[in-house]
Design a protein around this ligand. Structure first.
Ligand SMILES: *Cc1c(COP(=O)(O)O)cnc(C)c1O
Length: 498
């Protein structure tokens, strides 16, 4: 069963948690207990395929789904049509201690596909199981990558409408083109004059807007979320932590039982939280290193125990991490306080009203035992891309470069020399202008648009452009709506004809 991080709601089943998206009173659904596995139980699983891992993990969490339902969802989500590598999330060896886990082999070239190819199946299965007669409206706030991945995942899925809000000036040209050219009968995309936090906060208010929800119900609709506040989005991310470890054992890069570290470029704290669930379940993980860009709210939090969002929002060259309110930290805090929903509710209230909160010493100690944080600025990000390309002829995107730089700093200060897996969250072509600039700086006159740069970078690096980024300029622009932050609610009522 699933409970609220703010101890303000009854227990629900997995299907209910996924169908609802978040707790209607505010708060996020978390599993009441985390399935724990001994090494003896884990060992025979080594070398299993990604889909086998997926089944094994989902069955432990989706208490009210049948094994057959789970297998169906997984077979559709992780098909060869959707992922172009047999390992789904392949590892690349940079040196014998350092591996890059490429999480961008799905249709939209970002790690969001790892979850969002599966979430729609989990959600529609939940709706069917619960005999909900309503049409589900998926609301998405995106800093760029979630939007396209959610659109592709939900496109033409019967019984759903999807509405995506993105910051008008906060996404790359490629990201924007990917979204506004999306096809499908049920897809809607709106640019917002504001940043990602504006989009996300507005949607969080809408999810608990009783008046709007009543209107919606009268029309036969119900809201849900494809952001990582939805458990159905977070859960699939646990799979690749197990699968990557298993692949290292299979390929004899580590011995079973060896402890490995993970470094995760972080925004909303969803990806790294999935890593924490894997660790808690018994996967031999040492440290989870939380890498941020200059919006380093989390780095400061892990250093001081004080979360302070009252600071200037910075637009950086790793835009998918330009976030000051990391929603999934709430789930982590719930666990770190020993499931103290009242405490978490108080902190979240303080975050909303005063813009900051401070955790107690005991919670801080629990956090320090598993997670640490660091950040990289924009120049360091570009330098890291440059050096990695020179040394390994491997192209990093800006987010993954932040992670590598933060790991290098971590390694220097701790001398922790365990094997490390760095989560690579985007294909380098998705952020081509920064990546190109890093490997081959252009003069002002030589600068050109992103679509030209895609070809130039391909010619230079001989690495093929990701299939999801081809021919973007030849596709029809189908979504041109733009609105102010205060107008988001109106957009929704207009689109749904409420
Ligand atoms: C979403 C995203 C992140 C941040 O992931 P969280 O789960 O929100 O922490 C990092 N890098 C890229 C490329 C992303 O799209």
């Amino acid at each position: 069963m699933y409970v609220s991080t703010r101890a303000n709601y009854q227990k629900v089943t997995a299907a209910q948690a996924i169908a609802m998206g978040m707790v209607p009173e505010g708060g996020l659904f978390v599993p009441e207990t985390i399935p724990a596995l001994s090494l003896a139980e884990l060992k025979p699983q080594m070398g299993k395929s990604y889909k086998e891992w997926a089944c094994w993990i989902l069955e432990k969490y989706l208490d009210d789904y049948t094994a057959e339902e789970i297998q169906n969802c997984i077979a559709q989500a992780y098909s060869p049509d959707n992922f172009d590598h047999p390992d789904i999330a392949p590892l690349v060896e940079l040196d014998d201690h350092m591996f890059i886990m490429e999480l961008w082999h799905g249709p939209t070239a970002a790690f969001k596909d790892m979850a969002l190819q599966l979430t729609p199946y989990l959600l529609t299965t939940a709706i069917k199981k619960l005999a909900i007669e309503k049409k589900v409206v998926i609301l998405v706030a995106t800093s760029g990558d979630t939007g396209k991945a959610a659109l592709e995942g939900f496109k033409d899925v019967p019984g759903t409408e999807i509405i995506v809000f993105y910051p008008a000036h906060g996404v790359s040209e490629v990201q924007k083109l990917q979204m506004v050219t999306t096809t499908g009968r049920n897809t809607h995309v709106v640019a917002v004059e504001g940043n990602f936090d504006d989009c996300q906060s507005a949607l969080k208010e809408i999810f608990v807007d009783k008046e709007l929800i009543a209107k919606l119900e009268a029309k036969g609709y119900q809201f849900s979320s494809a952001n990582s506040i939805n458990w159905g989005r977070l859960l699939p991310q646990i799979i690749y932590y197990f699968a990557s470890y298993s692949n290292l054992v299979r390929d004899q890069r580590i011995a079973f039982g060896d402890v490995v570290n993970f470094v995760v470029p972080t925004g909303n704290f969803g990806n790294i939280l999935a890593g924490w669930y894997a660790k808690e379940m018994g996967l031999p993980i040492g440290k989870l290193v939380c890498a941020s860009n200059e919006n380093k709210v989390l780095t400061d939090f892990f250093q001081t125990g004080r979360y302070d969002r009252k600071r200037e929002f910075k637009q950086t060259n790793s835009p998918s991490m330009d976030i000051l309110i990391s929603s999934n930290l709430e789930r982590f805090l719930y666990a770190m306080t020993g499931n103290d929903g009242a405490k978490v509710a108080k902190w979240m209230q303080e975050l909303q009203t005063v813009g900051e909160f401070q955790v107690d010493a005991q919670t801080k100690t629990a956090i320090d035992a598993c997670v640490c944080g660091g950040f990289a600025n924009e120049d360091q990000t570009l330098e890291t891309i440059h050096t990695c390309y020179e040394q390994h002829h491997y192209l990093l995107d800006t987010h993954t470069a932040v992670a590598l730089k933060v790991y290098q700093d971590y390694q220097q200060s701790t001398h922790d020399d365990r094997v490390v897996i760095i989560d690579s969250t985007a294909n380098p072509y998705k952020f081509v202008s920064s990546v190109y600039q890093a490997v081959n700086p252009l003069s002002e006159e030589e600068k050109t648009d992103d679509l030209q740069l895609l070809e130039q970078l391909q010619a230079l690096s001989k690495m093929l452009v990701h299939r999801g980024l081809l021919d973007l300029d030849k596709k029809e622009v189908r979504h041109e709506a733009c609105c102010a932050r205060a107008d988001i609610k109106n957009q929704i009522t207009t689109i749904l004809n409420l």
